[in-house]
Write a protein that binds this ligand. Structure first.
Ligand SMILES: [Zn+2]
Length: 55
């Protein structure tokens, strides 16, 4: 169980969640990334920029 970084709602994580998994808060819909698994920690997921200049 972790707390949403945006609204503080409790979120159940699957026991098999791994680092980098994306989860979505059911309360506010914000996207978070699993940053630790023992114990579970999450951080707000980085927003994907549409910046393809490096290609
Ligand atoms: Zn939330």
């Amino acid at each position: 169980m972790v707390e949403c970084v945006e609204c503080g709602a409790n979120i159940e994580l699957d026991d098999d969640s791994i680092l980098g998994d994306l989860i979505i808060c059911e309360e506010c819909g914000c996207e978070m990334e699993v940053t630790g698994v023992d114990p579970f920690t999450v951080a707000e997921a980085p927003q994907e920029d549409e910046d393809w200049d490096d290609i």
